[in-house]
Ligand binder design. Structure first.
Ligand code: ARG
Length: 575
């Protein structure tokens, strides 16, 4: 019955087959509406949704359908209850145990996704907002790749703009400020703050900085050399954070704003040519029927400013052309703060009108909410600055150290330090990933490193526990499944959950929602706990029972390990 598909799909097929026999052909292809249920292993609502159209009543239709499905019963107003035969469950478990992909099909094979994420700004600190895009993006890359997609990472660094006039001018005037050998972007951040403070206070400096922008943009070699150094030092510091976070971004993934400079003339010329953009008060603008300001006045996307400079909008139009025409993407993901949704809407509308964004290319704003401070307002330091990401990670690691040291363990100092790092960094990442991304959340270290609940540390302990059980097995404990064995409720529940792994990953990929994977792993860990409590493994009543349960323990370990890896979480062998 299992035929290398999940138990749910088998159940759907059984209902679908009954539908083709019982219903007129126009209705027979409808969704069999199979769900898990408290009252049966699976339950179908098909009879209730189709009875009226089929000219009958739900109970009668349900009875007719159920008659076609071995073991099916009808309850309530017309539910069809499907029970799983123990041997079918065991056979499916054996299939999963023998499959290195854990039953997950490569459903995205052949697809090419370009994903825009992280994108911090040069000479500025990465802040909590960049944390979200960076780790949500990383999880989506990992899941997409596991499903067979080619995931092309694009780190759209903010590495161009008028601020470089101010920065290079300040550097020239303050040779004593050593920003080059920092390896730490906070030194650059301090440089940025000092320069912009001076820009505000000192009109003469502001004048010189503005003049320097013109010099910079006209391609002055000395200024460009300085700019290049700023970008390089920043990129090195960003890389340190990526490595610390365990995020798979590399220098080769950088295609920052400056990368698109040579393409901007062409973008604007073509927009004018096609009549998509028009001149308005000396600027080149695109207008939209449905984008209006508070007074009903149209709000344009400015692609070229009155001073001839190109804006963020022009650059983002160039990203679309590049990603569709040159990178040949069929899916474009932009993992960006929800506050930029109007910007993206205008860019996409413009690109569609210009013919750069064909209908068969899917484009998604993977938007996310704000990280809030303890006061429930956007997270800021006491002085009103954005909070440095590195500092938050330090705080989480420090708290993880306390929490883990309190527990009994037999780890040596080096191993303990590894566990502490994995737990602290993991806590921050998991807290973010486990929250539905569109929601705001409060950055609360205490909750993040908690040992109980849907947290990284809980999940890491759960996996370490599974591994420790496996280590205690006598040598040669195989893990062969015997489908003829009776099936305990807790075993069935565990297998049914493990069997959903592929469906959950497909959902994560389709909806770009990593929190679904977190919830799934948490529930699976819970199902394992119940199983382990009720179904003795080492002291099982027979060798055959022990072997089957060993297989389930091993399979659970593999699913949890794979799942945590897809979230970008490190999982220490022992904790
Ligand atoms: N650098 C921008 C920021 O820090 C994000 C850029 C996002 N990507 C893009 N293609 N617009 O807010």
């Amino acid at each position: 019955m299992t035929d290398h598909v999940s138990l749910r799909v088998s159940a759907e097929r059984a209902v679908a087959a009954a539908m083709t026999r019982v219903l007129p052909s126009a209705l027979a292809g409808s969704d069999p509406l199979v769900r898990r249920s408290e009252h049966a292993d699976f339950q179908s609502n098909a009879a209730m949704s189709l009875a009226k159209k089929a000219g009958t009543n739900p109970r009668e239709l349900a009875a007719n359908l159920a008659a076609q499905i071995p073991g099916a019963t009808v309850s309530g107003p017309g539910f069809i209850n499907l029970g799983l035969a123990p041997d079918a469950v065991w056979r499916r478990a054996a299939e999963l145990a023998a499959d290195e992909r854990l039953g997950v099909p490569r459903s995205r094979t052949g697809s090419r996704t370009v994903i825009d994420y992280s994108a911090p700004n040069v000479a500025k600190e990465m802040h909590v907002g960049h944390l979200r895009t960076t780790i949500i993006g990383d999880a989506l890359v990992r899941v997409g790749e596991f499903l067979g997609a080619e995931m092309i990472r694009q780190n759209h660094l903010g590495d161009w703009g008028t601020q470089f006039g101010m920065l290079t001018q300040f550097i020239d005037e303050h040779p004593e400020v050593d920003w080059r050998h920092s390896g730490d972007v906070s030194v650059l951040d301090a440089l940025y703050r000092r320069a912009s403070a001076l820009f505000k206070e000192d009109p003469d400096f502001a004048e010189r900085a503005r003049a320097r922008v013109v010099v910079f943009q006209s391609g002055d070699e000395a200024t460009l050399a300085l700019w290049r150094e700023l970008v390089e030092v920043s990129a090195e510091a960003f890389q340190k954070i990526y490595d610390r976070l365990g995020v798979r971004l590399e220098p080769g993934d950088i295609a920052g704003e400056s990368f698109y400079n040579p393409r901007l003339d062409g973008v604007v010329a073509e927009l004018l040519d096609k009549g998509v953009a028009v001149e308005s008060d000396g600027a080149i603008c695109v207008f939209f029927d449905d984008v209006l300001g508070p007074e009903g006045d149209p709000v344009p996307l400015i692609v070229r400013k009155t001073d001839g400079g190109y804006g963020y909008g022009a650059t983002d139009l160039a990203t679309i052309r590049y990603r569709v025409e040159e990178l040949k993407a069929d899916r474009l993901l932009y993992v960006i703060d929800v506050r930029q949704s109007l910007h993206l809407k205008m860019v996409w509308d413009t690109a569609r009108r210009a013919g750069w964004l064909p209908a068969d290319v899917e484009v998604v704003h993977v938007s996310f909410g704000t990280v809030l401070g303890p006061d429930g307002k956007p997270f800021k330091t006491r002085s009103g600055d954005t909070v440095r990401l590195a500092e938050l990670l330090d705080a989480a690691v420090a708290r993880a150290r306390e929490v883990i040291a309190e527990r009994e363990h037999d780890l040596g100092p080096a191993e303990l330090e590894e566990v502490v790092q994995a737990a602290g960094i993991g806590a921050v990442k998991y807290a973010d990933l486990s929250t539905s991304r569109t929601r705001d959340y409060v950055f609360d270290v205490e909750r993040m490193v908690a040992l109980q609940g849907n947290t990284a540390v809980y999940m890491q302990y759960a996996l370490a526990r599974v591994r420790s059980i496996l280590r205690k097995l006598p040598a040669g404990a195989t893990g062969e499944i015997d489908p003829a064995l009776p099936l305990h409720e807790a075993e069935k529940d565990l297998v049914m959950r493990l069997d959903e792994f592929g469906a959950v990953l497909a959902e994560v990929d389709e909806l770009h929602e990593p929190h679904r994977l977190c919830a799934y792993l948490y529930e699976t860990a819970g199902a394992f706990s119940v199983f382990f409590e009720r179904c003795p493994v080492l002291r099982a009543e027979s060798d055959a029972v022990r072997a089957s349960r060993v297989a389930l323990v091993r399979l659970t370990g593999n699913v949890l390990a794979r799942g945590l890896d897809l979230l970008g979480l490190r999982a220490p062998e022992r904790m």
